[in-house]
Design a binder for this molecule. Structure first.
Ligand code: ATP
Ligand code: MG
Length: 318
């Protein structure tokens, strides 16, 4: 939902040597020092939040807060007061006044994640904040100056949303001073080995386990996978290999079946049974959710108990 990060030594690093990532790295460096709003577009898990943090940490505001707000994860009725703050007693349950995320980010950077999910009414209020550089907390008439840099992120095509009338054109141009697009991992397979090795190292450190290199056969599978969950999925796959396997190398057997059984056919020749498809789909959800069952259940649109039954039925322990 919303997260405030204290200034920290930048452990974040954009890994990759593909032309689009090299270009992105140069663009981040160029724009970070200017106080301009940035729009980040890219599929889920491509690194939008990482790029937002880099823009913040490489710029002049790096000693001020970085605040990330996921506009899609906060209920519409709450988002306004979460962003702009509210007065005590502004609505039922608002016992104490709050600052709101924008004022918490004063002097720093705010990442408005999934901005395409913001309601029309809130889009208008945000536009006002960006134009006037002040917020009016819910239930108040006081105008409070704020100095924020906005990095907005979306997995949607925001220009299309503008054309469809779902997103305000004036707000689009206000946030899109610079637009950065992060291509999906399947379009830059040359980054996979570098990312996989980097994740293997950091996960080994995190879990206090001996580092495992990735065997050439396993690497071939990783390179050829199409990564619908992008870099996050790759990180989860490596993490899973550490949790479930052992040995000096990460081998194909340590990878989820959803990666290794490409092209293999079920009982009916080329046509997989419904059971096989369901099993694969649930396994993919679990992998993408990093084994977090509540999240996987949400992704699948089922409750946790149903997911638990499927895990038992298909023997899917991730
Ligand atoms: N090029 C990269 N180098 C190193 N780590 C990366 C890279 N791209 C993504 N990651 C890592 O992958 C994970 C997912 O990235 P991130 O959260 O930034 O994606 P996102 O685009 O914001 O996803 P979502 O749309 O689902 O919010 C994070 O742990 C991030 O650090
Ligand atoms: Mg994100």
């Amino acid at each position: 939902m919303g997260e405030i990060t204290a200034p920290a030594a930048g452990a974040d690093e954009l890994v990759g040597r593909s032309p689009p990532i090299e270009r992105l790295r140069a663009e981040i460096e160029r724009i970070a020092r200017h106080n301009i709003n940035v729009l980040l577009e890219g599929e889920s898990g491509t690194g939008k939040e990482l790029v937002a943090r880099l823009i913040h940490s490489q710029g002049p505001r790096s000693d001020k807060p970085f605040v990330g707000v996921n506009c899609a994860a906060i209920h519409e009725s709450l988002l306004e007061s979460e962003l702009f703050g509210h007065e005590a007693g502004a609505f039922t349950g608002a016992a104490r006044a709050t600052l709101g995320f924008l004022r918490c980010a004063d002097g720093g950077t705010v990442l408005l994640d999934e901005i395409g999910d913001m309601s029309g009414a809130l889009q208008s209020k945000l536009l006002r904040v960006l134009e006037q550089r002040e917020v009016i907390p819910v239930g108040s008439t006081q105008r409070i100056p704020v100095d924020i840099r906005v990095v907005a992120a979306t997995h949607q095509d925001l220009l299309q949303a503008v054309a469809d009338g779902a997103f305000r054109r004036d707000l689009y141009y206000r946030i899109n001073v610079v637009r950065l697009y992060i291509p999906p991992l399947r379009e830059r397979p040359e980054d996979v080995p570098l990312l996989a090795e980097r994740f293997s190292r950091s996960i080994a450190r995190l879990l206090k386990l001996p580092h495992r290199r990735i065997s050439p056969a396993a690497m071939k599978i990783l390179r050829e996978h199409d990564w619908p969950g992008n870099v996050r999925e790759l990180s989860n796959v490596i993490q899973r290999a550490y949790v479930l396997g052992s040995g000096l190398l990460i081998e194909p057997g340590d990878l989820p079946e959803s990666l290794t059984d490409r092209g293999s056919s079920g009982k009916n020749g080329d046509f997989p049974t419904l059971d096989e498809q369901v099993c694969r789909h649930v396994r993919n959800a679990l992998t993408q959710a990093g084994g977090v069952r509540t999240r996987a259940a949400d992704m699948l649109g089922i409750d946790r108990t149903t997911l638990w039954r499927m895990i038992k039925r298909y023997d899917l322990r991730i």
